[in-house]
Design a protein around this ligand. Structure first.
Ligand SMILES: Cc1ncc(C[n+]2csc(CCOP(=O)(O)OP(=O)(O)O)c2C)c(N)n1
Ligand SMILES: [Mg+2]
Length: 416
């Protein structure tokens, strides 16, 4: 009998653990300007090379190069810079608020701010995003929702618009095209495709934008969404934010090793791009390209955004336990804020002095919003919505058993 070697499985590992240094060559980067830009009516199969390379506009010196340079006035770029800085400052303050027990939980988008803020500026009012918990930049890039309202939810106070029924960071703003965040990962993808299909069935003109993380692509919902989006050419943008980590799990465990998440799209017959997510200009250009395809009945587009989750997964996580502490400093795609700033300085539309002034202005704006929100209470001081509010918003007409329980509650309270 031939002696065969025993079978074994391959278990992917990150290239470094705490105390070591990450070898980022696994990212297989291509230079800025190298990726071609196909016409919006390209066939999905013809995007195969773009699902493997990397769409980048900004080079290391801050120049915008290549076919993907978007048409954008400096004023729009400054709006983008402002939105990213505002998001970062907002996150930093809310992280401190959590440490002060003013809110129970927080999730930052540190290092990933370009993706949501750039994407927001490629969409139109009425389009619907189905975000995960790391796309607060979609809201902060536009002024439809005030920071005061967001902070009231974070602090679970008397003005919390969702009255304590969601995790603090899981906003819901239909009026701002921001679908209620669900903690059940990947549901966003099927919901977005369904919403986009409904928009087309009604003969509407609004498109959907779906959001998922690298880790959550391992969920079945991701694949189901791709099938429906492909079959019906649903007017949807399928965003995969590959920030290298899913809590303590490296992206290779979800299937990113030696292939890309963008290639999943091509395999399903969906036009797909792999894009530098820390390059605000590339984010704007790729998002516009995908939005134009969706709006023109040319079908869905999957975009894999390459970025790095610079902060902890959430306030309940300690990344120093599972990855090198200085990883972000070495991430080859850098800091999205610094990169856009460098570009603006390069085209002489911005200066260090202006940057400092804007930073101070935004800090004051966020601080003032927090102070106003705190006048309605924080988690710490127990200014929560009234107990009886848990009976509201469930049924249009409260059924008798709930009316009875509400009466009981009120009787008990009056008795105390
Ligand atoms: C269906 C489901 N499985 C597991 C979880 C627990 N969970 C919450 S966040 C998270 C990691 C997600 O990582 P990724 O999709 O890469 O997104 P990121 O946090 O990096 O933005 C996990 C496993 C969940 N909320 N829902
Ligand atoms: Mg992730």
């Amino acid at each position: 009998m031939t002696k065969r070697q025993p079978l074994r499985l391959h278990v992917p590992e990150p290239s470094a653990r705490p105390g070591q240094s990450t070898d980022f060559s696994y990212l297989r980067l291509t230079p800025a300007g190298a990726a071609r830009k196909p016409p919006v009516d390209t066939t999905p199969a013809q995007t195969a090379d773009l699902a493997d390379s990397l769409v980048r506009v900004l080079d290391d010196s801050g120049r915008a190069v290549g076919p993907w340079v978007p048409k954008a006035e400096p004023a729009l770029l400054i709006r983008g810079l402002r939105a990213m800085m505002k998001t970062r400052i907002f996150d930093a303050r809310m992280l401190i608020a959590q440490r002060q027990k003013k809110t129970s939980f927080y999730m930052q988008s540190l290092g990933e701010e370009a993706i949501a803020t750039g994407h927001a500026m490629a969409l139109e009012p009425g389009d619907m995003c189905f975000p995960t918990y790391r796309q607060q930049g979609l809201l902060l890039a536009r002024d439809d929702v005030s920071m005061v309202e967001l902070i009231c939810q974070l602090m679970s106070n008397a003005r919390d618009p969702l009255r304590g029924r969601q995790l603090p960071v899981m906003y819901s703003y239909k009026r701002a095209g921001f679908f209620s965040i669900s903690g059940n990962l990947a549901t966003q993808f099927i919901q977005a495709v369904g919403w986009g299909m409904a928009s087309a069935i009604r003969g509407d003109t609004r498109i959907a934008s779906a959001w998922i993380g690298d880790g959550a692509t391992a969920e079945a919902d991701f694949h189901t969404a791709l099938t429906f989006a492909h079959v019906y050419r649903a007017p949807v943008i399928l965003n995969v934010v590959n920030n290298q980590w899913a809590i303590s799990t490296f992206q290779a465990i979800a299937g990113g090793e030696a292939t890309t998440f963008a290639q999943r799209g091509v395999g399903c017959g969906i036009a797909s791009l792999r894009v530098d997510g820390n390059d605000w200009l590339a984010v704007l250009a790729a998002s516009r390209w995908a939005a134009e395809r969706a709006r023109g009945n040319l079908g869905p587009t999957l975009i894999e955004w390459i970025t790095y989750r610079a902060g902890a997964h959430s306030t309940s996580d300690d990344p120093s336990r599972y990855r090198p502490a200085d990883d972000w400093q070495h991430f080859p795609l850098g800091d999205p804020i610094e990169r856009l700033k460098r570009h603006l300085v390069h085209i002489k539309a911005w200066s260090d002095a202006q940057h400092d002034v804007l930073h101070k202005e935004l800090e004051a704006e966020v601080r003032a919003a927090q102070q106003e929100a705190e006048t309605h209470g924080t988690l710490h001081d127990g200014h929560i919505p009234p107990l009886a509010s848990m009976f509201e918003d469930v049924y249009q007409d409260m059924p008798s058993h709930l009316r009875h329980q509400l009466a009981q509650l009120e009787a008990e309270h009056n008795g105390h």
